[in-house]
Ligand binder design. Structure first.
Ligand SMILES: Nc1nc2c(ncn2[C@@H]2O[C@H](COP(=O)(O)OP(=O)(O)O)[C@@H](O)[C@H]2O)c(=O)[nH]1
Ligand SMILES: [Mg+2]
Length: 282
């Protein structure tokens, strides 16, 4: 990674979103931060920690079906040691999502007891869902909503478009529509989010992106890559080889590198290369 031309992007509405989150924070008891398990750090919003302060936080390592289980376990360990409650989940299949409500009750057990002592019973625990685009926020909320007990409503005092989702009698979620940006000033972050497809291809050179992904795969997941593209040990893991293996040729019999590049990105993004993580703790 790193040999990619400078990526420019324009997050926009940053100040507005920040203000919105700060205002919403006053309405909730805890924060659920959804990240992509393949890139937990790169898919975290840099200001969340700054603005959520001491609010209890649950980190959901989502898309665990795409990530390397061993590496995901290391992230879970790291974030747990930092004081967060960590859940590993796959919002597409629903795996791990059932642990969410118990997790909320566990991180807020002190608050629950305090409220009970003061006689505030029946007041639901409120949790704000945050995350950069494409990490699975909507999938998560939809998953939880499928319980049948869910009620979505707009409420006065809350920015229009924001929704409270009632999960059960004890827990409510606040879905923030504002776009949270990733660490856009960090080129490595942009590249990794490019691999996952969280950043649109049109701001990057597809060939460079794919070529650098392939070199990461070569160093970290050579077996899976060789298997997928039927590359023998005697051959190099390279776009040119992949193009030839797949019969992607342009006139004159030259390998169609552009097509091979798109193929590798598509197949990585749709999990066809197997369970792969793009960063590990430390
Ligand atoms: N494989 C996999 N895909 C997921 C998971 N969660 C979400 N997705 C997919 O990721 C994409 C973005 O999800 P979405 O919920 O719209 O993300 P949002 O932008 O954060 O609301 C969609 O194509 C989802 O189907 C997951 O746990 N595993
Ligand atoms: Mg969404």
């Amino acid at each position: 990674m790193g040999e990619i031309s400078n990526i420019q992007w324009f997050p926009g509405h940053m100040t507005k979103t920040k203000r919105q989150i700060e205002a919403n924070l006053k309405l909730v008891d805890a924060v659920a931060e959804i990240v992509d398990a393949r890139v937990p750090e790169s898919s975290r919003n840099p200001i969340i920690s700054e603005i959520t302060g001491n609010k209890p936080r649950i980190i959901l390592l989502n898309k665990c079906d795409y990530a390397d289980d061993n590496v995901t376990a290391l992230w879970q360990k790291k974030y747990t040691a930092m004081g967060f409650k960590v859940l590993i989940c796959d919002c597409r299949s629903g795996k791990g999502v059932n642990s969410f409500i118990p997790a909320v009750k566990s991180v807020l057990s002190e608050l629950l007891q305090k409220r009970k002592a003061k006689g505030f019973i029946g007041r639901p625990l409120r949790v704000m869902v945050v995350g950069i685009p494409n990490v699975g926020k909507s999938s998560f909320i939809n998953r939880l909503s499928k319980s049948g007990k869910t009620k979505v409503e707009d409420r006065p005092g809350v920015t229009r478009g924001q929704q409270w989702v009632t999960l059960d009698k004890d827990v409510e979620l606040l879905d923030t529509p504002g776009i949270l940006w990733p660490k856009f000033d960090d080129q490595q972050v942009a590249v990794k989010l490019g691999y996952t497809g969280a950043i649109k291809d049109d701001v990057m050179d597809v060939y460079e992106l794919s070529d650098s992904l392939l070199s990461y795969l070569k160093d970290n997941y050579p077996k899976k890559t060789r298997e997928r593209y039927k590359i023998a040990e005697s051959e190099d893991i390279a776009l040119e080889i992949i193009a030839r293996k797949r019969g992607m040729l342009i006139s004159g019999g030259e390998p169609d590198l552009e097509r091979a590049a798109i193929t590798v990105l598509d197949e990585f993004r749709s999990g066809k290369l197997g369970k792969i993580s793009l960063e590990r703790p430390e």
